[in-house]
Design a protein around this ligand. Structure first.
Ligand SMILES: [Zn+2]
Ligand SMILES: [Zn+2]
Length: 112
């Protein structure tokens, strides 16, 4: 646990960034891990940017995602359970299959 969520004030891992489908807008989420499950708080952009600029919160995947998207487009992973997940979604689930929870990818956590 590295940071405190600006929304619910509980500890968590930090802010994640997700691009909207139009690739122009970004959404910010704070990741929590509670009772064995990942939970997200939506963080208003203004607050997120402020915190990131002040480096109070680690920002995690934005760069990787952008780079990756430029280079390879969308990568998909197929789980044993049959669920197909996009790479970008795996980042948000921490590398786990959203259906059955099997770890499909391991990420080296934060880029702080
Ligand atoms: Zn929260
Ligand atoms: Zn699965």
């Amino acid at each position: 646990m590295k940071a405190v969520c600006p929304k619910c004030k509980k500890p968590g891992y930090g802010i994640y960034v997700r691009w909207a489908k139009d690739r122009k807008h970004r959404y910010y989420y704070f990741q929590h891990y509670e009772k064995g499950r990942i939970r997200w708080c939506y963080i208003p952009r203004k607050i997120a940017k402020q915190l990131i600029e002040e480096k109070k919160l680690p920002i995690i995947i934005e760069k990787i995602k952008n780079e990756l998207h430029k280079k390879v487009g969308t990568i998909k992973y197929k789980c044993e359970c049959g669920k197909i997940t996009e790479y970008l979604d795996l980042i948000l689930t921490g590398g786990k299959c959203p259906k059955c929870g099997t770890v499909l990818l391991k990420f080296s956590c934060c880029l702080t």
